[in-house]
Design a protein around this ligand. Sequence first.
Ligand code: LLP
Length: 430
Amino acid sequence: MLHDNLTVKNGVLHFAGVSTVDMAKKHGTPLMLIDENGLRNRIREYKNSAKKYLTENSMPLYASKALCFTGVYKICQEEGIGIDTVSGGEIYTALNAGFDLSKAFFHGNAKTDADIEFAIDNGVGYFVTDNMEELEQISVIAGQKSVTQNLIIRLSPGIDPHTHAKISTGKVDSKFGVAIETGQAFEFVKRAILMPNVCVKGFHCHIGSQIFESTPFIDAGVIMLNFIKKVQDELGFKTTILSLGGGYGVRYVESDPVINYSERICELGTALKETCKKLDITLPDIMLEPGRSLVADMGLTLYTVQSVKEITGYKNYVAVNGGMTDNPRYTLYGSPYTVVTANKMDEPFDYPCTVAGRCCESGDLLQENVLLAKPNRNDLIAVLVTGAYNYSMASNYNKVPRPKIVGIKNGEDFTFVRRETYADLIKLDE
Ligand code: LLP
C-alpha cells in the first residue's frame, strides 16, 4: 500500500503489524495509532544520513509542532536527536519527558518576555531569533540572569518552494525571519554580533512544508552559504551552525512521489560541499528540522461510521465520529488524504462519497470524492498518514473531546495519550 507499515490481512487493514479492527474494539474511536518502530527507524535514517553526508555534528531536530506529546520527546531523547520547539508549552512538554533542553532550538516570530524567561531558566540550548525586538529582549533577560544565551538568526532566503501558500515560509515577504535580499539580514547580523549576553552561532531558514522538489532546498542552502561567506569576509564572523529547516514532502495519496530522505540528504550534502569549496569556506554543522517527514506516515486515524446519506442525483455522505476537530487539514488547506473502509479491504472500492465529520459546520469534511468499499453504520474508516499536524492542530470545537493516541511497538499496543473526557473539557471553567 501507500507505506510499508500498511498491510491487509483477511480483509482487514493492519498498521505496524496490528489489526485496526482489534485496536478500534479495544481502545474505541476516534483513535490515532502511532508506529513507534517506524518512527525510530525514520529518526535514525535522518540522524545517520546527516552525520554521513553533512558533518560529524550535523543532526536532525524534530519539529515537534507536527506531533507533540511527552512520549514523542522521550523517543527523541532516547534516539539522541535535538528538537525544534515553538512555544513555552512545547518546552514544558519536553521537560516533562526529561528531554535534555541543551539540544532544543526555540523558534517563533512573536516570543513574549515570559517565553524568553522560561526558555532561559530551563536551559534551552539555542534561540532561533526572528526580529530585533526579540533579540534585544533576550540580551536583557540573559544579562539579568548573568548567562550568555546561544542563538541562531532566522533569515528569509527569498525562495518560493511551490507549495501551499499557507505553509510557504521562506519568501522575501514572509512574516518569518530577516530578509537577505533587502540587505536587512546583513545589518541585523552586524548589530547582533556586538550585543552583550548573547552569542550568535549561525543562521536558520525554513522555506516551507510538504515540498517534493529538491531544488528549493539546495537553492536555499546555496543562498545561505553565500550569506555566510559575506558575513565572514565583511564582518569576520565565523558561522558554526546552519539550520536549513524542515519541509520534505510525504506521500499522502498514490499520486504523490515516494521520497528517499537519505538520498535527499546525500544530494543536499554534495551541493553544499561543492558550494563551500567554490566560496572557500568551511561547511558549518547543518541542522535539519523534519516534522512531517518524521511522523506523518507513522500515524493513522480510525473512525466509526455513523451514517451513510445518499442524496439522490447529487452525492453520498459518509459521516464519522470525528472530523475537523482531530484533523482540520482538509478544511484548512484542502489537503488530500487516502481514506479506506478498514474492515472491508477485500471488497470493491467503488462507492463514491464525501467523508464528513461530526461538527455543525458544512465545511467539516475529511475528504471529498473518494471511493470506498460501501460502508454502513459501525464500519471502520481509516484516514491514512495522519501523524503530522493532525493531533497537534486538534481542537475542542463543538466540545468534541480529542482522540486517544495509542502507540504500537513490536506488535504491542500501549497508550501514549489518553482519550479526553467530558470532565477534561470543563476543567478550566471557573
Ligand atoms: N522548522 C520550522 C521553522 C517550521 O516552521 C516548520 C514547519 C518545520 C521546521 C517543520 O516542517 P515540516 O518538516 O513538518 O514540513 N500546519 C501545516 C504545516 C505547517 C508547518 C509549519 N512549520 C500543515 O498541516 O500542513
